[in-house]
Design a protein around this ligand. Sequence first.
Ligand code: NAP
Length: 329
Amino acid sequence: MPSHRTMQAIVLDTFGGPQVLRLCETPRPAPGAGEVLVRHTAIGVNFHDCYVRSGLYRTLPLPGIPGIEATGVVEALGSGVAGLAVGQRVGWVSGRYGGYATHRVMPAAEAIRLPDSLDDADLAATLMKALTVSVLVSRAHVVQPGQTVLVHAAAGGVGQLLCNWCRHLGATVIGTVGTRAKAAVAEAAGAHHIILYREEDFVARVQQITGGAGVAAVYDAVGKDTFAGSLASLAFEGTLVNYGQASGPVAALTPADLAVRSLTLVRPIVFHYLRDADRLADLSSRVFDAFAAGVIRPIAPLRLPLAEAAAAHEVLESQRSPGGVVLLP
Ligand SMILES: NC(=O)c1ccc[n+]([C@@H]2O[C@H](COP(=O)([O-])OP(=O)(O)OC[C@H]3O[C@@H](n4cnc5c(N)ncnc54)[C@H](OP(=O)(O)O)[C@@H]3O)[C@@H](O)[C@H]2O)c1
């Protein structure tokens, strides 16, 4: 057990497979001016963490503690912090990393107060995804009633929330999934049409479902395996929202590839939309309102001990995630 001077953390000191994620005892930082010390209660595991661990993203200086979201309790306040109290329940989503640990110090301005109605582990599994989906449906592409949208990996964590939210906004949702079991999950999340994209030609099915018109938007975080088909599935003036690359990075393209039907390509990263306190407050209140109104439902995650971070990454990378995975300190 860590003493009050130390904490347990997964410290990444080299890029590689899941086995590079090892638990260590490390000094526990003290909060400076404007900062708080948070004791984590649940830590969200995301694909971003896999990209950081593998070295695809070189955004965490090594050695470093990965992890971009968690829930917890404020344990100490630095000087000048107002509006937060010791013992207060908070969550955070940030590209400053530091999630895979029993504790972390963070700017007080990045702490999000959590509604009592939502469980810590469910929130740690869902908050970053829900903020992302809020961006995807209202900024990257504004979903309008009557539009048809294509959501790839519709039974994934982000995929389920996208189906929830797009359907609520009045869109017809076509969801692609890898297995028949996932088809039921995507349907329960709100997809009107399901395509088993490993068995069927999804471009042909989209054309069939839309009467040859194509879709107004495609939400694609599968990347390499689906990108070309996603472009081909768009209607005139359609928007391809490429927000990830679970199957691998997307090949280069040129503006002429978009000129075929006056298409738009957007490549959003959620942190850019959370870059200051006002934006964070605005997006998080939209997300909590959406939870409260039942527009989106929190995802019940797979729960693993912090020491099993490697197993958590294996679950994500082998497409076995129920839509959310959390580490419990
Ligand atoms: N841009 C942003 O700011 C942002 C924010 C959050 C998440 N994301 C991205 O959103 C994506 C989904 O995240 P998530 O948390 O929803 O993950 P998830 O629940 O694990 O869903 C990912 C799904 O992608 C599909 N997939 C297809 N090929 C895959 C492959 N080779 N390896 C793994 N999965 C593959 C699988 O569904 P099937 O079995 O149905 O094919 C898998 O279940 C990730 O790419 C992530 O990086 C981006």
